[in-house]
Design a protein around this ligand. Sequence first.
Ligand code: AMP
Ligand code: GLY
Length: 422
Amino acid sequence: MNVLIIGSGAREHAMGWKISQSPALGKLYFAPGNPGTANLGVNLSLSAGDFPGIGEAALEHGIGLLLVGPEGPLVEGIADYFSREEKLKHIRVIGPKKSGARLEGSKDFAKEFLTRHHIPTARYASFHKEETEAGCRYLETLRPPYVLKADGLAAGKGVVILESLDEAKAALREMTAGKFGKAGDVVVIEEFLKGIELSVFVVTDGKEYVILPEAKDYKRIGHNDTGLNTGGMGAVSPVPFADAGFMQKVEQRIIQPTIRGIQEDQLDYTGFIFFGLINCGGDPKVIEYNVRMGDPETEAVMLRIESDFLELMNAAATGKLASYQLRTAPLVATTVMAVSQGYPGDFEKGKVISGYDKMDGACLFHAGTRMESGQLTTSGGRVLAVSATGQSRDEALAICYQNLNLISYEGKYFRKDIGFDL
Ligand code: AMP
Ligand code: GLY
């Protein structure tokens, strides 16, 4: 079977790496992919939002399975497009339709869903931009810190947490005045939850589900989780506190009611659900839903999956998950992201990357790279993910760090404390 993966990051590179190990794979394509994915398959120079272009390419290359990496095209309806177009209907799509993608595309919708289906989450209220003053009065009834979330997609920047009431009111006014564009037309204000976060993933056909290895990601730029939020600086799987007892609570209180809710609400859903959870004194609560895999969690999770990932995707796309048994490696997988100096603020691009050919015992997944006249250069804030497995977290991390030290480019930065809190 020929497979087309939509996206251009290290997440898509890692999924492609895993799928390329499947004996069931014919040819592998990426749209648009990156210099790393070019070693696994063919990069098609199409943007993830060009549905007609992707549809044409899928026909031309005899694609049987379309795997959508990022949330953007899902929220914009790529799965709906493929099911609507007569000539594309036969292609299996991993990724929900627009109706289901709202679980990520609208935080207000997600909170209503969680409440309607009695799934544990922070208490909240939503305010339309015309209700900004009511939102300010609501803030007065809460205790700090204050959590404000722009309803729509805001490239991971739409959540702010503030210590003082005045700052919170000012942030609310900025959001509803258009700081995040239309994403801030509605703002969710919610109770602050204290605890340690983790990411839990399932693959579902909307009825049955398979739980993938969980992971913890490290979002802040600085050591000890300080400084600005990034797209993710590293990840570890498994998560020690997610033991059998905790995961049983996650499954019974969160995963099962979510799947039942998807059915009750008739959301047409085939794909991943990423539960952003927080462990509040032993009880899991939902911070957010995402309708795709996590980045950089995927770059660790893929290394722990022993099963044929393409077979799993096909089982999801054909409603055969009920009897599916996932095999996972009893190893620790870690990933550490190398970024550009200055990120997540301003940074320079076009720095020549060398030394990656000397890597040993680790996987290299490209995030923000370009091939310029035969030379690999940096082209983004997050540049490369280095992933490894070991018998212990320390062993896996040591392999990541040894290999990261072999890679050079001007302004290379990475966190040296991934997993510090576990
Ligand atoms: P999100 O964009 O929804 O992933 O939120 C970004 C980050 O904000 C999360 O990963 C949490 O660290 C934090 N956060 C979101 N909601 C809450 C909450 N209710 N309480 C505490 N922290 C939160
Ligand atoms: N690692 C968090 C995310 O992918 O949103």
